[in-house]
Design a protein around this ligand. Structure first.
Ligand code: SF4
Ligand code: FES
Length: 204
């Protein structure tokens, strides 16, 4: 049974206490773009691409829908001039890091984003954290983590764990919105693989 009634894109939506706006929208088939959200993971709120406009008593504000809880009688707009403007800028910023990401390219088309607006800094990882959190929260192996801070932050496989666990798992690979995760794994694997034997082959 629904505890809370709200309006999303002009539709009356019933939601349960504690649901996020994103969950309420998805429950009735209203789509909000996401990059760092996964239904099996704790909300993270990192990428901001799920930003929506909320109106309460005539006042509007922008909120991050994957972490913002539903409230009685709020009016939610998943598309508005403000939402589209901020979404476009977020996509343009992320495309400076990962211009070839198919997900970002689709979003760029949807929101009219210019992939060349910001100077390229092709680090390829957009720090969505899906790989790190999925490995920790779902697979419970912690084979991958973030290292560094700020602009130097990057994901890194833990070679000792990855060598044992990742070849038979790779569940996080399809979650990555860019090509970075697979590239990082190939690099790590090269580092933890023993070099080919240089022993001379004995004649029989
Ligand atoms: S490697 Fe991919 S999944 Fe992992 S944090 Fe970076 S963009 Fe996200
Ligand atoms: S999907 Fe909500 S902040 Fe990333």
């Amino acid at each position: 049974m629904s505890d809370i009634l709200l309006q999303i894109d002009g539709r009356e939506v019933g939601a349960r206490e504690g649901m996020t706006i994103l969950e309420a929208a998805q429950s009735v088939g209203i789509s909000i773009p996401t990059l760092c959200h996964h239904e099996k993971l704790e909300p993270y709120g990192a990428c901001r691409i799920c930003t929506v406009e909320v109106e309460v008593n005539g006042w509007t504000k922008l909120v991050v829908s994957c972490v913002h809880p539903v409230e009685e009688n709020i009016i939610v707009r998943t598309r508005s001039e403000k939402v589209d403007r901020i979404s476009k800028t977020i996509i343009e910023l992320l495309m400076a890091h990962a211009p070839d990401s198919p997900q970002l390219q689709d979003l760029a088309q949807e929101y009219g984003a210019d992939k060349d607006r910001f100077e390229k800094d092709a680090s390829f990882c957009i720090h969505c954290g899906l790989c790190v959190r999925y490995c920790a929260e779902v697979v419970k192996k912690n084979a991958i983590g973030f290292v560094g801070r700020g602009i130097n932050k990057e994901i890194s496989f833990i070679p000792e764990i990855a060598a044992k666990e990742c070849d038979d798992c790779k569940e996080c690979f399809p979650l990555c919105p860019t090509s970075y995760l697979q590239a990082a794994f190939v690099l790590t694997k090269a580092l933890f693989s023993p070099p080919p034997s240089s022993e001379p082959v004995q004649d029989e």
